[in-house]
Design a protein around this ligand. Structure first.
Ligand code: PGA
Ligand code: ZN
Length: 401
C-alpha cells in the first residue's frame, strides 16, 4: 500500500533541473527520475516547470496514497484523471513518468524481483543490442553534422559485454582518427563526437573506424542514423548547410545512404507529420533496414496505429517520458509488436543515473537500446544490462543481419 509519494528537484546531464519521485510502500521505496529531450516532438507529453513541485506533489500524493503498488494500471489511469488533459499539461509528463516508474520499481522491490522480470515475466529472456551514438550534431551540438546522430550496432557480438565494448572501441578509434586528420572534436549532449565536418565525411570516417575495430576484434559493426528531420524541415524543404532538398529528394537521398553504407537503422528520416513520406521510404528500403519513428510516433498509441495503417515504418522508438505513464508505454510497445514491428527503447539527450530503461528494454523484448556509449548517465544503463546479463539472458536476434 502506498503510504507516501514525494518529489525532489535534481539535475540532469545538461545541468538542468528535473524531477525525482519516491514512492513509499511497506518497507520499500521506489525511485525514478524523469529525463528530458532537446529535439522534442510536438506531440510529446508536456514538461512542466520542476519548481511547481509543491503544488503537484500535493495533487499526486493525495490521489495515490492508499493504492496498492501492484495496481499499476489503475494508478496510471488516476494520474491521467487528476491531470485531465491529453498531453499531461497540468501535472506534467515529467512528474507523471517519474511517479509511474517509481510505482513499478516499488512493486518489483516488494516482490524481491528485478524490474525487468516483474514487468516482462517469463518472456523477458533476451537482451537488446546497444545502439550507440558516436558522432553527433543537430540540436545536440550546433555547428557539427546536419544529421543528428551517427549510430553503431555491434551486430557480430554474441553477448552484451562484448557488444558495449565494441561500441566503446569505435568511439575511441574515432578520437584517434580525428586527431590524425587534424580535426578538432568535442562532445555533444550525448557524449558523441561533434566537429566541423560534413555528413559525408562523418560516414567515411565512421566506416574507417569500424574497419579498424573489425580488424582488431573480428566483430562486425553496422551503421545507423537518426536524421531528426523535423529539425531540418522549414515547411517546404529539408535545409542542410550546403543545400535544400524537397521531400522526394530527401527520400532518394536517404535510400541512397541506406545502400551506400549498408545502414541497418534509420530514425526520423522525414519530419514529424509526414506519415506518407515515411511510407514511401519504408516501401523502398524497409525490407533491408529498420525504419524507425521517434518524433513521428512519440510513443503514442494513436499515432503508431496510424503509422501501422499507412505502413509508415517497421520500427518504433519507445521513450516513456514522451507519453507519461508506464501503462501507455506498454500499450505502445504491444501494438507495435502485435503488428510485427520492432521495438527500440531509448534514452533522452538530457539523462541522469536512473537506469530504469535498461530493465524496460529487456521487459519489452526490444531489439535495440539507444542509450549512447560514454558518459555516466549513459553507462548507468549499459552497465545495468551487463549485470542483467549475469542472470543468464542471451542476445536477441536482429532483423536484416
Ligand atoms: P532528444 O533527442 O532526447 O533531444 O529529443 C534524442 C532523439 O532525437 O532521439
Ligand atoms: Zn530521434
Amino acid at each position: 500500500i502506498i503510504e507516501d509519494v514525494i518529489f525532489r528537484i535534481v539535475f540532469d546531464s545538461r545541468g538542468n533541473e528535473t524531477v525525482e519521485c519516491e514512492v513509499y510502500a511497506g518497507d520499500v521505496v521506489g525511485r525514478a527520475i524523469a529525463p528530458s529531450g532537446a529535439s522534442t516532438g510536438t506531440h510529446e507529453a508536456v514538461v512542466v516547470d520542476p519548481y511547481k513541485i509543491d503544488e503537484i506533489e500535493e495533487k499526486i500524493s493525495k490521489a495515490l496514497i492508499g493504492y496498492s503498488v501492484f495496481d499499476q494500471v489503475a494508478i496510471d489511469e488516476k494520474l491521467r484523471e487528476i491531470d485531465g488533459t491529453e498531453n499531461f499539461s497540468n501535472i506534467g509528463g515529467n512528474f507523471a513518468i517519474a511517479t509511474s516508474l517509481a510505482v513499478a520499481k516499488a512493486g518489483a522491490e516488494l516482490l524481491g524481483m528485478p524490474l525487468y522480470e516483474y514487468l516482462g515475466g517469463i518472456f523477458a529472456k533476451e537482451l537488446p543490442y546497444p545502439l550507440g551514438n558516436v558522432i553527433g550534431g543537430g540540436k545536440h551540438a550546433e555547428g557539427s553534422t546536419n544529421i543528428q546522430e551517427f549510430l553503431v550496432i555491434p551486430v557480430g557480438a554474441d553477448n552484451f559485454f562484448t557488444a558495449q565494448r565494441t561500441n566503446a572501441m569505435v568511439h575511441k578509434t574515432l578520437k584517434k582518427l580525428f586527431k590524425k586528420k587534424g580535426i578538432f572534436a568535442c562532445k555533444g549532449d550525448e557524449g558523441a563526437w561533434a566537429c566541423q565536418i560534413t555528413d559525408n565525411d562523418a560516414f567515411e570516417i565512421l566506416s574507417e573506424a569500424i574497419g579498424i575495430v573489425k580488424d582488431e576484434t573480428g566483430v562486425d559493426v553496422r551503421i545507423g542514423i537518426d536524421v531528426a528531420a523535423t529539425e531540418l524541415w522549414n515547411g517546404e524543404y529539408y535545409v542542410y548547410k550546403d543545400r535544400k532538398l524537397t521531400t522526394e529528394e530527401q527520400i532518394s537521398y536517404i535510400a541512397e545512404l541506406v545502400d551506400r553504407y549498408n545502414l541497418l537503422y534509420v530514425e526520423d528520416p522525414l519530419h514529424e507529420e509526414d506519415f506518407e513520406g515515411f511510407a514511401e521510404l519504408t516501401k523502398e528500403v524497409g525490407n533491408r533496414c529498420m525504419i524507425c519513428g521517434d518524433d513521428l510516433f512519440v510513443t503514442n498509441i494513436n499515432r503508431i496505429q496510424k503509422g501501422i495503417e499507412l505502413k509508415s515504418a517497421n520500427t518504433v522508438l519507445i521513450k516513456p517520458n514522451q507519453i507519461g505513464t508506464l501503462t501507455d508505454t506498454f500499450k505502445a510497445v504491444k501494438i507495435a509488436k502485435d503488428n510485427g514491428w520492432y521495438v527500440v527503447v531509448s534514452h533522452r539527450s538530457g539523462e541522469t543515473e536512473d537506469n530504469t530503461i535498461a530493465h524496460l528494454s529487456v521487459a519489452f523484448n526490444a531489439k535495440l537500446i539507444k542509450t549512447g556509449v560514454v558518459g555516466g548517465e549513459r553507462t548507468a544503463k549499459l552497465n545495468e544490462l551487463i549485470r542483467i546479463e549475469e542472470d543468464g539472458l542471451n542476445m536477441t536476434k536482429l532483423p536484416f543481419c
